[in-house]
Design a protein around this ligand. Structure first.
Ligand SMILES: *Cc1c(COP(=O)(O)O)cnc(C)c1O
Length: 379
């Protein structure tokens, strides 16, 4: 391959809509309303209408969004929040930072979501929240989670950082966008997310007006009126220039999802029958927007497979190599190896292949060829 293969191709994604982006960006710069400018307000409207949700609040990044959600819900030090052991660290970090207790739960080996069948056994009289993470771009089983949450009167915070634009499919067939099905949803506009800006950004989505008001105030130093602080807040904002970019890109989000789904479908049909590699499992209760195309490699050959691909110019990533309960920083919570066997095994087996909105046919053919070579040739 002459062309360097990438996990994500932000350059070509930009070039395809360069004129629109440049125009929006330049006018934001020229208007000089750098904080909470009209582009931010316009983006909030677009975000609400895209997700068919009543309230959206923008903030500085997806980690802040999680923290602001938990502050808005009034979680207090010592309260317990149930969170999957197999996730990105941000989900757990904010729980610890707020003095809450992370109660880890194992995940399902097929869809990587928190194991809703174990959920009820994790609930104590201190439990205040559950954080389903819609990992890699597919929704968790929200009906199962919401039913248990309702039974115990606890909140559901959907970590939608990797699943913006995915739809939860109810048993009766109707659909609702990821992040709008629980009590509140949080998301990230980090460049490599499905709706990415050119820096950091985040948002919260909810249909609960009181909660929306509260998180809006918290994100802005706890003030409704300037210099009148009614609660302890944070300074977490989406920049006007990022909003100017997102205003353009949100109009392409459905087409971005279709592009990722087409790449995933081609991987599925090309790799589905190969022994030793398991392609991603599609849940029947969600669409999949493939922020990542994450496979499992059998027989402890994941690292050999990764090295093989790398030698042939094919990048890949391991999301995630260490489960959260075994991370050094979280040792204080007293978990041990063996506590969450599925999460631990996934950390040994998973690998994500290049997937993005700009994948060229011949590049993907080359990737597929190399994957096949590993499993059919002798190593
Ligand atoms: C990216 C991500 C976040 C954090 O988003 P930032 O904008 O980087 O702070 C949180 N949770 C998950 C699952 C993520 O993938």
């Amino acid at each position: 391959m002459n062309e360097k293969i990438q996990m994500v191709d932000l350059k070509n994604q930009y070039l395809r809509i360069k004129e629109e982006i440049d125009q929006s960006l330049l006018s934001a710069v020229a208007e000089t309303a750098y904080i909470n400018g009209p582009q931010v307000k316009a983006f909030i409207e677009s975000l609400k209408s895209f997700n068919q949700v009543q309230h959206a609040v923008t903030c500085g990044n997806g980690t802040d969004a999680l923290q602001i959600a938990m502050m808005g819900l009034g979680f207090k030090p010592g309260d317990e929040v149930i969170v999957p052991a197999f996730t990105y660290i941000a989900t757990v970090e904010v729980i610890a930072l707020l003095g809450l207790i992370p109660k880890f739960i194992d995940v399902r080996p097929d869809t990587f979501e928190l194991d809703y069948e174990q959920l009820e056994s994790k609930i104590t009289d201190k439990t205040v929240g559950i954080v389903p993470v819609h990992l890699f771009g597919q929704c968790s089983n929200m009906e199962a989670i919401n039913a248990i949450a309702a039974k115990y009167g606890i909140s559901v915070i959907e970590d939608t950082a990797q699943a913006m634009g995915a739809e939860y499919i109810y048993t009766d067939g109707h659909k609702q966008f990821a992040g709008t099905v629980g009590t509140i949803g949080t998301t990230s506009f980090f460049p490599s997310k499905n709706l990415g800006c050119f820096g950091d950004g985040g948002a919260l989505l909810t249909n609960d007006e009181t909660l929306a008001q509260r998180v809006h105030i918290i994100a802005n130093h706890g003030q409704r009126q300037k210099y009148h602080h009614e609660s302890i807040g944070v300074n977490s904002r989406l920049d006007t220039v990022q909003a100017a970019i997102l205003n353009v890109k949100i109009n392409h989000l459905h087409e971005y999802a279709r592009a990722r789904q087409a790449v995933a479908a081609k991987y599925d049909s090309s790799l589905g029958d190969i022994e030793g590699i398991s392609i991603p499992v599609r849940a029947n209760y969600s669409t999949h927007v493939f922020n990542q195309y994450t496979c499992k490699i059998a027989n402890n050959r994941r690292d050999a497979f990764k090295a093989f691909l790398q030698e042939r110019g094919v990048p890949s990533m391991v999301y995630y190599p260490i489960p959260v309960h075994l991370q050094q920083a979280y040792g204080q919570y007293g978990y041990n190896e063996g506590d969450f066997p599925v999460s631990e095994q996934l950390c040994r087996d998973v690998i994500s292949l290049p997937i993005h909105t700009e994948m060229k046919e011949e590049i993907q053919d080359y990737i597929i060829e190399q994957v096949k070579a590993f499993f059919t040739d002798e190593h």
